[in-house]
Design a protein around this ligand. Structure first.
Ligand code: BEZ
Ligand code: MG
Length: 568
């Protein structure tokens, strides 16, 4: 294929931006060791991340924003959105990185002087940020985890603390406290709603960019812990997509919604089908009613059908004649009362399925219980409603989940593929078309929505194929190899549920861990069991058609397994 010089330059720039994205991603290295405080490098990484957000509650500005202003950049926000790879961004990052390193070694004054010298930032402007970092740094040095565990085993009182990661809320420190939830009536917070608008708009923009129109319906996964950490960002995204905002009563409880006029929304109201986890159901009962109320309100609006997809979809269902309004409007689903999880992860990891439809079906069997309040005001809490969920999902064109923390990505645990993968498989069975699958991470300063495939690639490159990541894991010996194996298994989970893994990913994993003799020997030495499981998983990926390696690669993998079996 020949390219014009302009096309070639554009492609080079695109590659450059991808490299920057990989380079800048904050990746936890190694595992947290219970009872051990953060080490210096980890501390510097965390502080830099904390310092990259404005903290109005502490009167502290983000360091990159201060540096940008000092260098005469008109709007840092705009810079973030427009040119993630500009030289200016690189310069800002370099100065901030150096400032945080100086802070760690020599303290706040040295760092403030550096900012003044390099970017003309006045010390009084950076002082509140360094004051906050000083407090956080001191708390990172404290570790009460062992002490608290012993106290809890003795049945003693453990001081409570909020649940979040330290980037979202530095008040979670010191660790070793009893995580408390939120008041469900406070969800979503004002700040969560504002952030959610950005994320949900970016999600819709991405879909429109790829499909030329808005999705008729979206399926969202909502988790409990995430909504605690973000004070309801996922909930707020659902409300914004529907085109409503939360309204607080006299006791400051979010118990109602207000319709955002179409003229202000400037787009159709999107139909959303919400699958909430068992933990969410237990923690956020009033929030589920709020979401249900929002859908019912929107469904009742006298608006053109091409501007109100909830109404349009419900009309379609009613016209088919087999559902009543109360049924057709049901959009909030979870497990049966007392049940948790989809079990899709267990079925995948135990290799106990034949066709992809089985995984989608298992998801539906577990998650199709309705939570709603009908038009006569009666509560329905966990009624089996497979037909209704089938109907609601039959118009879904995109599925979506928000990543809420840099600490846990889509291959770190099996829960992302069981939920987002599971629902995507269910949608595919019901619509005979694979939905567009998106993941956002609202944690980076610039809200970024990626396709699932892009996210799998980014995770693979920044974790499994990144020496910094695997060396961090290998320092933990036996457990570290088990973690590497988990990541391979979870990646496999994305093939099983969503066909979202490029074949080269399996090839590179094989090369990195098994075909490299020195690395293979290290793994075998540290943990032969996980090494064998990892090898078997790669072979299973081949057997199920997810990649097609060269014959000599296959032979080597089979040899490894055979050797393991023989020496058991
Ligand atoms: C939750 O917070 O809802 C959740 C956590 C882990 C797995 C699944 C759900
Ligand atoms: Mg678990």
């Amino acid at each position: 294929m020949s390219h014009t010089p302009i096309e070639r330059d554009a492609r080079v720039l695109q590659l450059y931006e991808q490299l920057i994205e990989i380079e800048q991603r904050l990746v936890p290295t190694g595992l947290h060791v219970f009872g051990r405080a953060a080490e210096l490098q980890e501390k510097a990484d965390l502080l830099r991340m904390v310092a990259s957000f404005d903290r109005p509650e502490h009167g502290a500005r983000s360091l990159p924003a201060l540096v940008a202003e000092g260098l005469g950049v008109h709007s840092y926000d705009q810079l973030l959105h427009e040119t993630p790879s500009s030289e200016m961004m690189e310069l800002i990052d370099k100065i901030v990185k150096e400032a945080v390193a100086l802070f760690c070694y020599k303290g706040g004054d040295a760092a403030a002087n550096w900012l003044k010298q390099q970017a003309g930032v006045n010390a009084e402007n950076s002082a509140p940020t360094f004051l906050l970092l000083t407090t956080i740094a001191a708390q990172l040095d404290i570790n009460n985890e062992q002490e608290s565990l012993l106290r809890s085993l003795r049945g003693e009182y453990i001081t409570p603390g909020p649940g979040a990661d330290i980037v979202q809320n530095p008040l979670v420190l010191p660790t070793g406290r009893n995580t408390h939830a939120v008041n469900p009536y406070s969800v979503p917070s004002h700040a969560a709603f504002e952030r959610a608008r950005n994320t949900a708009d970016a999600l819709l923009a991405r879909y429109v960019d790829e499909h030329g129109r808005h999705p008729r319906a979206l399926a969202l996964v909502l988790w409990g812990l995430d909504n605690i950490k973000t004070q309801g960002e996922g909930v707020a995204q659902a409300l914004w997509l529907l085109g409503v905002r939360p309204v607080r009563d006299a006791l400051n409880r979010a118990t109602d919604v207000e319709i955002i006029p179409l003229a202000e929304l400037e787009r159709p109201r999107i139909d959303v089908v919400m699958t909430v986890s068992g933990i969410f159901r237990d923690l956020f009962a009033p929030t589920m009613l709020l979401l249900d109320k929002a859908v019912r309100r929107v469904a009742a609006l006298d608006e053109p059908l091409d501007q109100n997809y909830v109404r349009r979809n419900i009309n379609d269902s009613l016209q088919r004649g087999d559902l009543h309004f109360d049924d057709a409007v049901t959009r909030v689903f979870s497990n049966a009362p007392g049940n948790y999880g989809t079990n899709v992860n267990f079925m995948v990891l135990d290799s106990q399925w034949e066709t992809p439809e089985t995984l989608g079906d298992l998801f539906m069997v577990r998650k199709s219980f309705a939570y709603t309040r009908d038009s006569r005001g009666r509560n329905v809490e966990g009624r089996e409603a497979r037909t209704l969920m089938d109907d609601a999902l039959s118009r879904v064109e995109a599925t979506y989940q928000n990543l809420d923390s840099f600490e846990v990505g889509i291959t770190d645990v099996d829960h992302y593929f069981e939920y987002l993968g599971g629902i995507s498989r269910a949608v595919e069975s019901l619509t005979s078309a694979r939905p567009a699958i998106y993941v956002s991470d609202s944690l980076s300063p610039q809200t970024k929505v990626r396709s699932l495939e892009e996210t799998v690639r980014l995770e693979t490159r920044t974790k499994m194929l990144n020496p910094k990541w695997y060396e961090g894991m290998l320092q933990h010996g036996f457990r570290g190899v088990a973690e590497i194996e988990n990541h391979v298994a979870n990646t496999f989970g994305w093939s099983a549920t969503a066909d979202a893994v490029d074949p080269w990913i399996y090839t590179e994993i094989s090369k990195t861990y098994l075909l490299d003799p020195a690395m293979f020997e290290r793994l075998m030495e540290l943990n032969p069991y996980s090494t064998a499981s990892l090898t078997k998983r790669l072979l299973e990926a081949h057997e199920r058609g997810y990649w097609n390696p060269d014959e000599d690669v296959l032979e080597r993998l089979r040899e490894i397994v055979a050797f393991q079996e023989a020496t058991k």
